[in-house]
Structure formats: C-alpha cells, structure tokens
Design a protein around this ligand. Structure first.
Ligand SMILES: NC(=O)c1ccc[n+]([C@@H]2O[C@H](COP(=O)([O-])OP(=O)(O)OC[C@H]3O[C@@H](n4cnc5c(N)ncnc54)[C@H](O)[C@@H]3O)[C@@H](O)[C@H]2O)c1
Length: 330
C-alpha cells in the first residue's frame, strides 16, 4: 500500500474513457479521489457527462473542471493535499493530429508541464502517466520492447507522448518525483471512445451504415481490455508493487497490452457476430500516420506481476456490444 485511504489521489482526464474506469475502480476501493477534466468536445460530450454522473454517485469523489493547459486553473486545487497523481488527460487520437495539431501541444505538452510543475510546487512525489504504443512508430522489430530507441514518431500525438516520457524522466532526476509511464496498447471496453474503430464499427453496423476499413483490413492490433488497466492501477496503489518497482530508481516505463493480437477483419467478424448483423464494408488504403502492426513485449509487465486478468477478444467484444446496445438504446 503506497498511501492511506484518507490521502487524495488526483486523476486527470477522469471523464475520459480510461480515466473513468480507473477512477471508479479506486473509488470502489474507498480511496478519496479528486478528478479533473476540461470536458472538451473532441468527441461527444454526452458520453463524458454520463461517465461523470456515475462517478458523482460516490461520496469519496470530488470533481473540478480544470484545463491542465491553463496554469491558473490549478488554483482550483489549492486546498487539497495529494499523495499521487494519475495523468490520463490528453489529446488522444492519431488521425486528428493532422487536423488540430495545436490541441496536442496544449494538452499534452503545456498541460503536462503545468501538471509536473504543480507536483513539484506541492511536493507530490508519485506520478503515473499514460504513454502509448504509438511512440514505437513503424519500428519493424517485434515484439516492441521498452528497450527500443523511440525517436522516430510518425505523428504529433506520438511526439507529444515521447516528450511526456522525457519530461517525467527529467523531473524524476531533478526533483525526485517517482514516475511511471504506461505505454497503453489499443484499449477498449465499455464506455469506450467514439473515435476508435470498435465503437465506430458497432455503431455503424447496428445503424445499417457503411464501415470504412483501412489498409484492406490487414492491420493487426494488440488489444487491451480496460479491466486489465483497472487491475494494474489497483495493484500499483494497493500493494507493495510501487516499492518493488522504485527500489533502485525513480523512473520506469512499462508496456501495457492484453497480448491478444487481432487482425482488423477478425475484429469486424466478431462485432458482426455480437451485433447479429453483417457489416457493409468499404475497403480503403493505408491512412496517413497509420501503423500496420502493433505487438507489445510483455516481459516487464510479467516481471512485475501487475495483472493476472485474462480477457479474450471474444469476451471483450461481446461485453462492449452489449454495453453499446444498452447505451445507444438498440
Ligand atoms: N484508449 C487507448 O487505446 C489509448 C492508447 C494509448 C494511450 N492512451 C492514452 O491514455 C490516456 C487516456 O485515453 P482515453 O482513451 O481515456 O482518452 P479520452 O479522450 O477518452 O480521455 C481523455 C480525457 O482528458 C480530457 N482532457 C483532454 N485535454 C485536457 C486538458 N487540457 N485539461 C483537462 N482535461 C483534458 C478529455 O476531456 C477526456 O475526458 C490518454 O493520455 C491517451 O493518450 C489511450
């Protein structure tokens, strides 16, 4: 256990997909959580508000509308003491980087710097932050290991996440902030993101609309069910794992993946099966910034024994489609 249940955990991006699940899990375990989010309109704000509605049913939850890219917004947190910060706020998405590059700079670079300065000024010494599999770009050495040199990002999104890792490293050196970067590989699950393929495919299949399949469906992804992520956060905070990880160092990076590599066409088939409908498929070429294959090395994740959960892609997709049908009233 790395903190008393009375101490606050600060979670950024709590109204987002992963932030929601992680916050809910920690609230269920009776931690006091302060969640912040700017509820931006990158995707349907209704879904973010639905998630927040669930979180607000817990007595141990406080929400503050904070934009981490605005330094003065942090004044809204000034009377609180935090033992750990979990940073899940970011401008996510790979393709949007070509439309709105500045939003990555604002949230992921300026916002991350503001957050780290907030930690420094308030002497908060523990940070878990989201990184991404995208930083491996199109490196062809599989599986992708944390040891690989990642300096060939394909998008601003990936560059901004490399910056996060580098800045967290510098602050861990200068200010002794123990920082753990988690490189998430395609996370999916209930309350998932509308801009991601599982959500888009399910929605369009159920609405009898065409689905667009990039690279003729030949992409492979190492999918991660969000339950695995919840489990990892719970273990990191409630067990001795933290001390084990930071025994001789102040900085660590770990790949987080479910280990189920799935081709895009197989994914479509599964979604069709659970929707009970065939998709109208439109095949198109590779898109700008797209990565054909992701595959994580899980050596470190296994070494630290952070999660024993196994969720097959069949189980995960079934759960997602059932959730979506209820959410969208199908
Ligand atoms: N979902 C995935 O497959 C995946 C994969 C790799 C990495 N990640 C990373 O995990 C984290 C969470 O991703 P997600 O899928 O939950 O995304 P999400 O977009 O659902 O959640 C991000 C949340 O952060 C908020 N936010 C954005 N900019 C902000 C700002 N300036 N101030 C305050 N709040 C802000 C958004 O409103 C949103 O609610 C992100 O850092 C993302 O880059 C996600």
């Amino acid at each position: 256990m790395i903190l008393s249940k009375k101490n606050n955990i600060l979670i950024t991006g709590c109204a987002g997909f992963i932030g929601f699940h992680v916050t809910k899990k920690l609230l269920e375990e009776n931690y006091s959580c302060v969640g912040i989010d700017n509820i931006n309109n990158y995707y349907d704000q209704k879904l973010k508000k639905e998630r927040l509605k669930v979180l607000k049913t817990y007595d141990n939850f406080i929400f503050k509308k904070v934009d981490i890219s605005k330094k003065n917004d942090f004044n809204k947190l000034k009377n609180k003491l935090f033992s750990i910060v979990i940073n899940l706020a970011a401008q996510a998405g790979v393709r949007y980087a070509f439309e709105k590059p500045h939003s990555y700079i604002n949230s992921n670079i300026i916002g991350f710097l503001n957050l780290m300065n907030f930690m420094k000024n308030n002497k908060i010494k523990k940070l878990i932050f989201a990184s991404t599999s995208s930083i491996y770009g199109d490196i062809k050495t599989y599986p992708w290991s944390e040891k690989l040199n990642v300096n060939t990002p394909l998008t601003i999104y990936s560059s901004s996440k490399i910056f996060n890792e580098n800045l967290a490293y510098s602050y861990s050196k200068y200010y002794g902030i123990q920082s753990l970067g988690l490189r998430f590989f395609t996370v999916y699950g209930e309350y998932g993101r509308p801009d991601m393929s599982i959500y888009k495919f399910t929605k369009n299949i159920l609405e009898n609309k065409e689905i667009v399949i990039f690279n003729k469906g030949d992409h492979t992804r190492d999918f991660t069910h969000v339950d695995i992520i919840k489990d990892i956060f719970s273990n990191l905070i409630s067990t001795k794992k933290w001390k084990e990880i930071f025994k001789n160092k102040n900085f660590e990076i770990i790949n987080i993946a479910g280990g189920s590599k799935v081709k895009l066409l197989k994914l479509v088939k599964l979604i069709e099966k659970f929707c009970g409908k065939k998709a109208k498929k439109k095949f198109v070429g590779l898109q700008l910034g797209d990565i054909k294959q992701t595959e994580a090395s899980l050596t470190k994740l296994k070494k630290y024994k952070l999660s024993r959960k196994k969720i097959t892609i069949d189980q995960g997709i079934k759960r997602f489609v059932l959730w979506y049908k209820k959410y969208a009233k199908f």
